[in-house]
Design a binder for this molecule. Structure first.
Ligand code: ATP
Ligand code: ZN
Length: 225
């Protein structure tokens, strides 16, 4: 790959994290000029550019060295990490800093009428999720054998449709669960947006830029708290 002298950050293009992520970077004093296709933002105040992408692509972009940093939910990072670990592969990205927004949790939920006392209550059930690696890892650690049904979306309606008995999904207020007559019975992961990076610091001036940005982000977060 061509060497780069500018730091590149992957940010969600449109979704729950996109505006807050760009606001945070603006508060760090970063100013950008948007490209016509709006996928690339050129940094005008510092040599730091943005790439606007789907959140699921962020860990891979860091792993491939296309981006140095990313702002992504811990849930996305942890899922891809668990998937790699289950194949005994190296994990080429890590969490650098929690950012304090986009808070939610990955939880097991079951229909209101189903009994639940402990994880073993799930033994033999089918659990629908878009987080198969984290779900499987949690089940294994709890010593429970259950079938993980992988869905790409609308996980919360799976029990009603009969495609699963329970779900493992992101919860924030709990309103979606309530609307689907589901109740949260176990938390798997506490999540928030995080700054993700490759395992080491970039060896060139990008490393210094990364450290500078990190200090500014920490400053902005402190003021907010
Ligand atoms: P993309 O098109 O980028 O793939 P997406 O649909 O996967 O978007 P969003 O729904 O925008 O993602 O959510 C982005 C992140 O926001 C989640 O990965 C999670 O970290 C966080 N989040 C916070 N609260 C919730 C919630 N209630 N439901 C889903 N995600 C939440
Ligand atoms: Zn996504």
């Amino acid at each position: 790959m061509k060497p780069r002298d500018r730091l590149r950050i992957a940010v969600q293009k449109s979704g729950r994290l996109s505006e807050v992520s760009q606001d945070l970077l603006a508060r760090c004093g970063l100013k950008f000029r948007h490209s016509r296709d709006k996928l690339f933002c050129f940094g005008e105040s510092l040599a730091i550019d943005l790439l606007l992408v789907r959140d699921d692509d962020i860990p891979g972009l860091i792993a491939d060295g296309v981006c140095d940093l990313g702002i992504v939910g811990r849930n996305v990072l942890a899922e891809q990490q668990a998937a790699l670990q289950s194949r005994e592969a190296v994990v080429p990205f890590r969490e650098l800093l929690p950012l304090g927004f986009g808070r939610c949790r990955l939880s097991i939920a079951i229909p209101q009428e189903l009994d639940y006392a402990e994880p073993s209550s799930l033994q033999g059930l089918r659990i629908a999720t878009t987080y198969p690696a984290l779900t499987a890892q949690w089940l294994q650690q709890a010593g429970v054998t259950a079938k993980v049904v992988v869905l790409s979306g609308s996980v919360e309606i799976a029990p009603k449709l009969g495609t699963a008995d329970a779900i493992c999904d992101l919860v924030s207020s709990g309103a979606t669960l309530q609307a689907n007559q589901l109740r949260e019975v176990a938390g798997i992961l506490d999540s928030e947006a995080v700054l993700a990076a490759a395992p080491g610091l970039p060896p060139d001036e990008r490393g210094e830029l990364q450290e500078l940005l990190l200090r500014r982000i920490e400053g902005v977060i402190q003021v907010r708290e």
